[in-house]
Design a protein around this ligand. Structure first.
Ligand code: FES
Length: 120
């Protein structure tokens, strides 16, 4: 996966409930390490990207919930501003092997698909 620092990539992680797929996103920090979080805000259970595939704020400093503006730190998912201040995004395991990136949710291992338009 060609994922440079500051870029993100969305990935479906399960079928979810009530016909709503559960998704996550992967990002690479400035130090080169990867993080993956479930794409659900801690304020309300809605995708933080509002389906747009964009996770960072305009400055590229925080992850931004597009619904009510919560801001999360990219390195640990901690909410520093907004209605869920003090809570953290659900972090999931991400493993990089060569050009492949895997995200791990309980009992599931999903291989990355190629980044699509609007991602990374
Ligand atoms: S739904 Fe994310 S801040 Fe309200």
């Amino acid at each position: 996966m060609d994922l440079v620092p500051g870029a993100t990539h969305s990935v479906k992680i399960s079928d979810g409930n009530f016909g709503m797929p559960r998704s996550a996103f992967v990002l690479r920090l400035e130090d080169g390490t990867l993080r993956a979080y479930v794409n659900l805000c801690m304020h309300l259970p809605v995708p933080i990207d509002a389906g747009r595939g964009r996770y960072f704020d305009r400055e590229g400093k925080h992850l931004l919930c597009r619904t009510h503006g919560a801001k999360y730190r990219p390195d640990d998912g901690y909410c520093v501003e907004g209605p869920c201040r003090g809570m953290s995004l659900e972090r999931i395991t991400v493993v990089e092997e060569g050009d492949d990136v895997w995200v791990l949710e309980p009992d599931r291992l999903r291989k990355d698909a190629k980044p699509g338009p609007g991602h990374a």
